[in-house]
Structures are given as structure tokens and as C-alpha cells.
Design a protein around this ligand. Structure first.
Ligand code: SF4
Ligand code: SF4
Length: 169
């Protein structure tokens, strides 16, 4: 059972209800230039208590925080989007791409693990092929996996959830 968007945002201290729909957030959004993300619309859906959780655009935000820095009402837009997304994940909803990234975290300890190209470039530059991260330290990787397990992350993202479809609006 999900929490209604307005209630959730209020509980977390994000004042979407004070939005004046000026559109500064949408105009500032780099992601919106390349995707269907319209930040003002996400804010509007949430403040109307409509189902923003199944909206694919919720996942198009890169959390660059430009909207939040420029909002004339001082609304913590990006923080709110992250909160809405977290609720969405708890409902079992995720984009397939994000579920894959979560899988990489679980398996490799990195959302974007190093690949052959990365290794070759590092070598070319005279560096160790692997960076000083869990890539190089199996014990640290085990600890990361343990953390992901005890915090419930693994179960959360690998349970039979619902993928948000292309039409998910
Ligand atoms: S910039 Fe702020 S006030 Fe303007 S539409 Fe976006 S959230 Fe609303
Ligand atoms: S934080 Fe998200 S919604 Fe805001 S400008 Fe950046 S990408 Fe767009």
C-alpha cells in the first residue's frame, strides 16, 4: 500500500503545494531536453495527488539539482523526486534499465563497473588497470554485498516487481 504523493511529500518536508507552476524547473532541466521529462508536470501530478508513481518520467531525472537551485518558491524539487522514486521502488515499480543497474551494484559493487575499454585506457595512461575500489579488493566487495543484503536492498530490487512500461504515464 503506497502513501499518497501529497502526504508523503508533506511528511518529508517538501512543499510541492506552494508551486506556482511557473515552469522554471522545466526550462532549467537538462534531462528534459533529451527525454520526455517535464519537471513542472511531475510536480503538478504530485500536488494533485495523482498517480505519479507509475510515471516513467519520474525516472528520467538525473538529480543534477538545477531545478531545485532555481525554483523561485525554494521547493526542494529534486529531493522530492527522489522521495517519490523511493516510494515507487517500494511498490515494486522500476524501469528495467534501473533494475539492471541495481543488479550490477549487487554483483560488482559498482553501478557502472569498469569495462575492457576502461581497463585499456587506464593501462595506456600508465595506471593500474583496476581502480582502488571494490574492483581491486574482493573483501571490500563482500562487505558491500553484505551491506546491500542487511539493508534489504537486494530483496527490494530483485523481488518480482513491476517494470514501468513505455506507456507508463
Ligand atoms: S520552478 Fe518551482 S514554482 Fe516553478 S513550476 Fe517548478 S516547482 Fe513550481
Ligand atoms: S534535478 Fe532532475 S528534474 Fe531537476 S533539473 Fe536536474 S534532471 Fe531535471
Amino acid at each position: 500500500m503506497s502513501t499518497e504523493p501529497v502526504k508523503l511529500l508533506e511528511e518529508e518536508g517538501f512543499s510541492y503545494l506552494t508551486c506556482i507552476q511557473c515552469g522554471t524547473c522545466t526550462g532549467s532541466c537538462p534531462s528534459g531536453r533529451y527525454t520526455s521529462l517535464n519537471t513542472r508536470r511531475i510536480v503538478l501530478l504530485a500536488r494533485r495527488n495523482q498517480d505519479v508513481y507509475h510515471d516513467r518520467d519520474l525516472w528520467m531525472c538525473t538529480t543534477c539539482y538545477q531545478c531545485q537551485e532555481r525554483c523561485p518558491r525554494g521547493i526542494r524539487i529534486a529531493d522530492g523526486i527522489l522521495t517519490l522514486r523511493a516510494e515507487s521502488v517500494h511498490m515494486g515499480l522500476m524501469l528495467p534499465e534501473h533494475r539492471k543497474v541495481a543488479g550490477l551494484m549487487i554483483e560488482k559493487g559498482h553501478a557502472v563497473p569498469i569495462n575492457d575499454d576502461g581497463r585499456a585506457k587506464r593501462k595506456e595512461l600508465g595506471m593500474d588497470e583496476l581502480p582502488e575500489t571494490v574492483h581491486k579488493d574482493p573483501r571490500a566487495l563482500d562487505q558491500v554485498k553484505k551491506l546491500l543484503e542487511v539493508t534489504g536492498f537486494i530483496q527490494l530490487v530483485t523481488d518480482e516487481g513491476t517494470e514501468i512500461s513505455e506507456e507508463g504515464q
